[in-house]
Design a protein. Structure first.
Length: 299
């Protein structure tokens, strides 16, 4: 089994909080991602959105586009309306031969509300779940016809945050709905990442390798912080700098034969966490983890 190591530009420029790294040129991000050893990168808000221009931007750095975030509103929208909304993003990812789309439900989410505690996130009723699951299936089938796998991102502050909600999503949908396995979000949600991976390894189509600073996490929960306040305070970091045991967390993924991307994705303030140094730390730790798990790394 071989995996690819990639990163996300959020360490250099934050999409949710543009003031974090807002003055960092895209060229700096791409150059440093390559210097750290990564071969792929996800989309950020400074990237061109036209395939030829995006290819020309990435090529000098030897980077592939891996995927890109899409915030869906399927709780409120019809499948037809969501397909129309997602189409430009899907067209781009398909043209760039991306294997997956990072897909999260943002309907009612508090993740972008600086003044709203994470504890106030929305929770779906049984009736909403019955409506929501077939919508996800239909959208995933539309995406699969374009060669892009839906990678559902459980995320703090959204309706699918905790392990039991991931279980319900996976149980209620076919394999066309893939799982984005995020070690940091599951840890912050109070769950054990490896337990989720053991149950759903065969459905994992994308991995976000994110570490957690436990002292910040405990304070965020105790003091009812918002997601963005927790990010600014440094709740997330790169693999090797927090409390997540990555051999344990990625073990089930390795044993499943997963051959996709492990993405270092850690929202931090670049003024406090120098991006290149942390990118190198994350790459180094995942390389050692792969070696320990007998996982090959693609060039």
């Amino acid at each position: 089994m071989t995996v690819h190591l990639g990163t996300n530009p959020i360490a250099w420029s934050n999409d949710d909080l543009p003031e974090l790294g807002g003055d960092t040129p895209l060229e700096t991000c791409l150059a440093q991602a390559a210097q750290a050893g990564f071969s792929g990168i996800e989309l950020g808000n400074k990237f061109p959105r036209e395939p030829a221009a995006l290819t020309a931007t990435l090529k000098p750095h030897g980077l592939r586009l891996v995927s890109g975030w899409y915030g869906a509103q399927l709780r409120e929208r019809s499948v037809e309306d969501e397909i129309r909304a997602v189409q430009p993003h899907l067209d781009l990812l398909s043209a760039m031969a991306c294997p997956v789309m990072v897909f999260a439900e943002v309907g009612g989410s508090v993740q972008g509300q600086r003044g709203t505690p994470l504890a106030n996130r929305p929770v779906m009723t049984d009736a909403e779940w019955r409506d929501y699951l077939p919508k996800n299936t239909a959208l995933a089938e539309h995406m699969a016809a374009r060669g892009v796998h839906l990678a559902y991102h459980h995320h703090m502050g959204t309706v699918i945050e905790k392990a039991h909600e991931v279980d319900r999503l996976m149980t209620g949908t076919p394999d066309t709905v893939g799982l984005l396995y995020d070690t940091g979000h599951l840890t912050f949600a109070g769950d054990v990442p490896s337990s989720v991976a053991e149950r759903w390894a065969r459905r994992i189509v994308h991995v976000h390798a994110k570490d957690v600073r436990p002292e910040v996490m405990r304070q965020a929960i105790a003091e009812r912080w918002s997601f963005l306040d927790a990010v600014i305070a440094g709740v997330f970091t790169v693999p090797g700098d927090g409390c997540v045991d990555f051999q344990q967390a990625l073990g089930p993924v390795a044993r499943s034969g997963y051959a996709g991307w492990w993405i270092v994705e850690a929202e931090q303030d670049p003024a406090r966490a120098e991006p290149l140094a942390y990118a190198r730390l994350g790459h180094r730790h995942l390389t050692r983890t792969a070696e320990a798990l007998n996982v090959g790394l693609a060039c």
